[in-house]
Design a binder for this molecule. Structure first.
Ligand SMILES: C[S@@+](CC[C@H](N)C(=O)[O-])C[C@H]1O[C@@H](n2cnc3c(N)ncnc32)[C@H](O)[C@@H]1O
Length: 174
């Protein structure tokens, strides 16, 4: 983890009522239908994505904020959550996932491409990384700003994306 990211931990631990794009409309916007398989949710926050996926799917949420992970465990006692820095988790993990979610997470990283490279290596054959980042939103906790599509391409290089409701909704294939 980078110092700049670690400095933000206090903020994430204090602000637990974050309202994200990972709720109801997320899968529709991405035109994704999740039915079975395994899903790794990076920077999962309070685990709101766990609410909108089928019970049959295997879910693992990872976030470095103990406050948010505590809330996620309370909200979803039947799901698994790990409190760890995403880089460290991905470097040490040998699991395979059909889906990896990154909702409103990559803009909080010093090197989002590094996390995407590590995540890609954990995908099963035909797997997909998906998620969202805000369009052109400066904020002290945003270590990356995606001003336009050109910056999105340069900083995250998704295979496909749509711009909707002030977010870039993105997918990366294996
Ligand atoms: C804006 S919230 C999004 C939470 C969730 N994905 C959602 O959409 O509701 C960003 C999350 O990323 C987490 N985060 C930031 N940097 C991280 C890192 N290096 N490793 C793990 N989690 C991180 C924060 O703790 C925070 O919960």
């Amino acid at each position: 983890m980078y110092e700049k990211e670690e400095k933000l931990l206090k903020h994430y631990n204090k602000r637990l009522n974050y309202s994200s794009t990972a709720g109801g409309g997320a899968l529709g916007t991405l035109k994704m239908s999740l039915t079975t398989g395994s899903l790794l949710d990076l920077g999962c926050g309070d685990g709101r994505l766990a609410k909108v996926i089928p019970k049959e799917m295997k879910y693992l949420g990872v976030d470095f904020s103990s406050g948010r992970i505590e809330k996620a465990r309370k909200n979803h006692p039947d799901r698994k959550f790990i409190c760890q820095d995403a880089y460290k988790f991905l470097e040490g993990d040998d699991g395979r996932y059909d889906f990896i979610a990154c909702f409103e997470f990559l803009e909080h990283l010093v090197t989002p491409k590094r996390v995407l490279t590590l995540a890609r290596a954990r995908l099963s054959n035909g797997g997909v990384i998906f998620g969202s980042v805000p369009v052109n939103r400066g904020y002290f906790a945003h270590l990356q700003v995606f001003k336009d599509e050109e910056e999105l391409k340069e900083k995250l290089d998704p295979d496909s994306w749509v711009e909707k409701n002030k977010h870039f909704w993105c997918k990366w294939n294996v």
